[in-house]
Write a protein that binds this ligand. Structure first.
Ligand code: NAD
Ligand code: GLY
Length: 360
């Protein structure tokens, strides 16, 4: 088993990565301080992994809440089902919420844990590639609003992340690619060597080679753990983890939540950021072409959806958490492995980048 640490002083926590972790009762139980736990999962993941997770809670009072599946249910109304489950079963302040699922379940269960009785314990058991390399680590929790993605939420760190790589065996190919988008992101923002490795290993990753997947998950989690330890609340460096996200979130909202997967929107969003960086003469043509090629090799979209307009994008991008004092900051690149957060661009440059990114 690989154990990485997110180093946040007294709130530090481990990320366990291995196959067959579901079933390791003591590993889970040692992170449950009280005598009760609520598992939050969804209709797709529960039939696959709920029983195994419940078996690890023998001797504790435990219940489950099973949410509908999909990004379109990541909202305040559905979140209420988790509070209902906690209250109906009289779970107290020493209870532990266990998020069993992908990023949608993880973000919602995490926000419920952050807010129920002003905060109860939380454990993340991520079951998608995307959640194993990104969303389960770092403590961002929350839900969408009709007017903006992930706009309601809290920073709330888990007590542990348990990433059982066997759960990826049941993941559809499209979801695997969506997870690879966030893996590529780490190479693009700060690790050129890892990007080179991804170029050489994309076909084995897509073929689900266990050794390659494990290396990609560990490298991604280590990168994220380092960034989060340096800037937990995104007052600086952590914003780099949003490469492609301002464009991508506009796509998710503009098309309707769930139409494109989050990772797909981020794939196209990273290509848009690369295109804009190149058009501003910050990034070479070669690095831009390599970025777009790798994203396409991962079977992700590299173009903005043709059903959207530049105006759509501009309006939706104005509702972004990187807007500070009315100014939209973007994550752009000086090259592969060299990203920066900047407001040093003109409105015309942004419009031009969007206009040149549509699928024809
Ligand atoms: P998801 O949670 O919707 O999961 C994708 C699909 O796979 C769902 O249908 C799910 O039911 C299914 N699934 C999950 N595990 C499975 C398994 N083992 N086998 C078969 N099917 C399985 O999507 P996601 O890509 O995991 O996460 C995307 C969400 O994460 C978005 O809402 C995004 O905003 C959020 N996110 C959050 C952070 C963060 O830091 N908190 C970071 C990145 C993304
Ligand atoms: N996924 C971006 C972050 O965790 O900061």
């Amino acid at each position: 088993m690989t154990t990485l640490t997110v180093d946040l002083g007294e709130r530090s926590y481990p990320i366990y990565i291995d196959n067959a972790l579901l079933g390791q009762t003591e590993l889970l139980k040692k992170h449950i301080p009280g005598n009760s736990a609520l598992i939050v999962s969804n209709k797709t993941v529960a039939p696959l992994y709920l029983e195994k997770t419940q078996a690890m809670l023998s001797g504790l009072k435990h219940q489950s809440v099973i949410l509908p599946d999909g990004e379109k249910y990541k909202n305040l109304e559905v979140l209420n089902q988790i509070y209902d489950g906690l209250l109906r079963n009289r779970f107290d302040r020493n209870t532990t919420v266990i998020a069993l699922g992908g990023g949608v379940v993880g973000d919602m269960a995490g926000f419920a844990a952050a807010s129920y009785q002003r905060g109860v314990h939380l454990i993340q058991i991520p079951t998608t590639l995307l959640s194993q390399v990104d969303s389960s680590v770092g403590g961002k929790t929350g839900v969408n609003h009709a007017l903006g993605k992930n706009m309601i939420g809290a920073f709330y760190q888990p007590g542990a992340v348990i990433a059982d790589t066997d759960t990826l065996d049941t993941l559809p190919d499209r979801e695997l690619s969506a997870g690879i988008a966030e893996i590529i992101k780490y190479g693009l923002i700060c690790n050129r060597d890892f990007f080179d490795w991804l170029e050489k290993n994309m076909s084995v990753l897509l073929a689900r080679d266990k050794k390659a997947l494990r290396y990609a998950i560990e490298t991604s989690c280590q990168t994220k753990a380092d960034v989060v330890a340096a800037d937990e609340r995104e007052s600086g460096k952590r914003a780099l983890l949003n490469l492609g996200h301002t464009f991508g979130h506009a796509i998710e909202n503009g098309l309707g939540y769930g139409e494109w997967l989050h990772g797909e929107a981020i794939g196209a969003g990273m290509c848009m950021a690369a295109t804009m960086s190149q058009q501003m003469d910050w990034m070479s043509e070669e690095d831009t072409a390599r970025t777009i090629t790798l994203i396409e090799q991962a079977k992700l979209p590299s173009k903005a959806p043709s059903s959207m307009t530049t105006e759509n994008f501009r309006k939706l991008m104005a509702v972004d958490k990187k807007v500070l004092d009315g100014v939209l900051r973007l994550v752009l690149m000086k090259g592969i492995g060299q990203s920066l957060v900047t407001d040093d661009y003109t409105s015309e440059a942004l419009t031009r980048a969007i206009e040149s990114s549509f699928a024809v």
